[in-house]
Ligand binder design. Structure first.
Ligand code: URP
Ligand code: ZN
Ligand code: ZN
Length: 459
């Protein structure tokens, strides 16, 4: 059966133009005018975008003695409601454990649970020689990117020796290394200093992880990538200090890539200083920054120093989870819920506010991440691509609230924000997953996507 999305304005990573989109089965087969389909979806007055790709999510992630509170069913439903049709989630290796065990655990959670397609990155937290030797098997299975953390000392952090081993191994196996850049030793020192002075509130989280801590780690990570002649993807870039390092590296011709996340474009360090313990809702790492960094992030996106805007969706309930850090900010689980709001916020706060065009939204939120992370059939409205499509109504006004969001988390960091624009229909491989405000798909229809290798092994 064919479906025709009729009368909308198609947006790609380079253009926006009036056209219809013809879908046969799971794929887009034509974009143009004068097309006919068995069934029609009315897109008049709407933008027709490739489904967004979120290459940075943490569903059911163990963190600080608890777990992020959305699983593969609720998290992918929230994604679908917001116009995201493919995620790449992080498997986390346990210290002492193998990559195979971690892979099986995460695949077991995702199998039969997801509403939309998903892939995995592998986060390596204990890069022993036998673990590094397992990386080739990950690549063979389509897990073609590896993440290391330079922060979270005593939990997820690797030292530079381990980081180098992971980079070097991708020279043999192919694959892209991703890195969380904060100097974990400095963070521990500043955390102790704050607590010893009796400074226990959420706002001290940001104080203990200043921009310089992110900038130093970013520069160091780039050096290690340069020595090993490997490309590098810097996740969740928040500030001028880090952007400066990435831009300088790219000016030297190095293949350094990076992303920011919506929370760093729209929220600020002031949110951590909300009355009472409310600031805990805004604790993520690296932390939210002063507003002046937001223009630097926009510039970096415009100039190509950063290529993606993801969410780093890592939700924890306020009650019982964020509250673990009452009286000690270092115990607040790190992360924000954001997966549902990316497209609407990008449209409302970035496009309508004049920071970027809707074409830029597609380039940074869909096409760019799909190319970097080897999602060969995602990220474009073009024949041969998966029919992952968002019909987005750019006029509808609504208010973001935990009372109405799909995310399974008891607060919303954007609570009360009045916004314009919302997906009307979302299709995943030709099937409607979201329509008129409801997720209509069954969990389990989403498929694991084997990703191709963005950067091959060294000759
Ligand atoms: O605060 C965050 N970002 N939590 C998730 C883990 C990470 O560092 O990406
Ligand atoms: Zn991180
Ligand atoms: Zn993350």
């Amino acid at each position: 059966m064919s479906r025709l999305i009729r009368g909308g304005r198609v947006v790609t990573a380079t253009d926006a133009f009036a056209a219809d989109v013809l879908i046969e089965g799971e794929s887009i087969v034509a974009v143009g005018t004068g097309l006919q389909g068995d069934e029609e979806i009315d897109a008049s007055g709407c933008l027709v975008l490739p489904g967004l790709v979120d290459n940075h999510t943490h569903l059911s992630m163990p963190f600080g003695g608890t777990w992020s509170c959305e699983d593969y069913t609720t998290g992918t439903a929230s994604a679908a409601a917001g116009g995201t049709t493919c995620i790449v989630d992080f498997i986390i290796q346990y210290v002492g454990g193998s990559l195979k065990d971690a892979r099986e655990e995460w695949q077991g959670r995702a199998d039969g649970a997801a509403h939309i397609d998903y892939g995995f990155h592998m986060a390596i937290t204990d890069a022993r020689p036998d673990v590094v030797a397992e990386m080739g098997e990950c690549v063979e299975q389509g897990i073609t990117s590896f993440k290391v953390f330079m922060a979270y000392k005593g939990a997820l952090m690797v030292d530079d020796e381990q980081f180098l081993a992971v980079l070097e191994q991708t020279g043999k196996t192919g694959g892209l290394v991703m890195v969380h850049c904060e100097n974990g030793d400095a963070v521990v020192r500043y955390q102790k200093e704050a607590l010893e002075a009796g400074n226990t509130d959420p706002k001290w989280h940001a104080w203990s992880r200043p921009p310089a801590v992110e900038g130093e780690a970013t520069g160091r990570a780039i050096r290690l990538a340069e020595w090993t002649k490997r490309p590098l993807f810097v996740v969740h870039v928040t500030c001028e200090d880090a952007v400066r390092e990435i831009r300088a590296a790219r000016d030297r011709g190095l293949p350094i890539f990076g992303e920011t996340c919506i929370q760093y474009l729209y929220l600020t360090v002031d949110d951590l200083d909300r009355p009472g313990f409310e600031g805990a809702k805004y604790v993520c790492s690296p932390p939210l920054r002063e507003a002046r960094h937001q223009e630097v992030l926009y510039q970096a996106l415009r100039q190509g120093a950063l290529q993606g805007i993801s969410t780093d969706h890592c939700p924890f309930n306020f009650k019982g989870q964020k509250e673990l850090g009452l009286g000690d900010f270092t115990k607040i689980p790190n992360g924000l819920p954001a997966i549902e709001h990316r497209l609407t916020l990008l449209y409302d706060r970035s496009v309508r506010a004049g920071h970027m065009s809707i074409v830029d939204v597609v380039r940074h939120g869909s096409w760019g991440p799909a190319r970097i992370f080897g999602l060969d059939r995602k990220g474009a409205i073009a024949p041969g691509f998966d029919a992952d499509v968002v019909v987005f109504d750019p006029e509808v006004k609504h208010t973001i609230s935990a009372a109405t969001h799909v995310m399974d988390v008891d607060y919303d960091p954007f609570e009360g924000w009045e916004v314009t624009g919302k997906p009307r229909f979302v299709l995943s491989r030709g099937e409607t997953v979201f329509e008129d405000g409801e997720v209509v798909s069954e969990p389990g229809r989403g498929r694991y996507v084997k990703r191709s290798v963005f950067e091959p092994a060294l000759p």
